[in-house]
Design a protein around this ligand. Structure first.
Ligand code: MD3
Ligand code: FE
Length: 215
């Protein structure tokens, strides 16, 4: 499935961060080359773009999607669509190697049979942040979300179920995977401004993939 990868690594055991949040350090390293090729192909069809918020601001994170459904934001609100509003074509299909990575990571964390129908691709340039929010545009909160970090390091904020709960900070590096489900699925979370750094595969950028069951 991920044939471009020359070296295979053993699967890491998940670290349980809370009741239903699991950290798999470096889990995506075994497929890093395939993943970056797949992402580049997706972005040729549905390019990264800065979406508008309902309040009329431009998001600093550049985004695109693959899978049956894609997350969009515009003046009308946040939602999932089957068509890319930029190209007026369906979102590119979820590449099998990407889907397999997400399904395997979820299964290692106790979420057997996770079949994502959406993958949001976020690109953070230096200085870009994502403020605390909940992911609640999906139909089914019983499915987990699988997050894959690529490129330069980020400091992730994991809050509680109330916006006012003080968030924990954790570093996320190239290849790290985090799986969130169950009672942690609706926790507030965010990303602090990305510091200027260089990564051999992505330059100054961080790329984050979030695999979701949206429909
Ligand atoms: C914790 N992305 O796209 S992924 C997003 O690094 C988003 O780009 C961040 O938040 C990023 O919506 C963080 C990690 C993540 C995803 C979903 C969660 C953390 C979560 C759901 C519940 C709790
Ligand atoms: Fe989120």
């Amino acid at each position: 499935m991920c044939t471009k990868d020359l070296f295979s690594r053993p699967a890491t055991t998940p670290h349980r961060l809370s009741e239903a949040t699991f950290y798999l350090p470096g889990f995506a390293l075994r497929n890093e080359a395939s993943l970056l090729i797949d992402i580049a192909r997706v972005l040729e069809q549905s390019p990264l773009r800065h979406m508008q918020t309902p309040g009329g601001f431009t998001m600093s994170v550049a985004m695109s999607n693959c899978g049956e459904l894609g997350w969009v934001s515009d003046r009308k609100g946040y939602r999932y669509t089957t068509m890319d509003p930029l190209t007026n074509a369906p979102w590119p299909a979820l590449p099998p190697c990407m889907q397999q990575l997400a399904t395997e990571a979820a299964a290692l964390c106790g979420f057997a049979g996770f079949m994502p129908d959406a993958c949001l691709i976020n690109r953070y340039a230096p200085g870009t942040r994502m403020s605390l929010h909940q992911d609640k545009n999906e139909q089914d909160f019983s499915a987990p979300i699988v997050s894959v970090s690529l490129g330069v390091d980020a400091v992730f904020q994991l809050g509680g179920l109330q916006r006012s709960d003080k968030p924990l900070r954790m570093g996320l590096q190239h290849g790290d995977v985090v799986v969130w489900g169950g009672e942690d699925r609706l926790r507030f979370h965010g990303v602090l401004p990305i510091k200027p750094q260089q990564h051999p595969l992505t330059g100054a950028d961080r790329i984050n993939l979030t695999f979701r069951k949206a429909g």
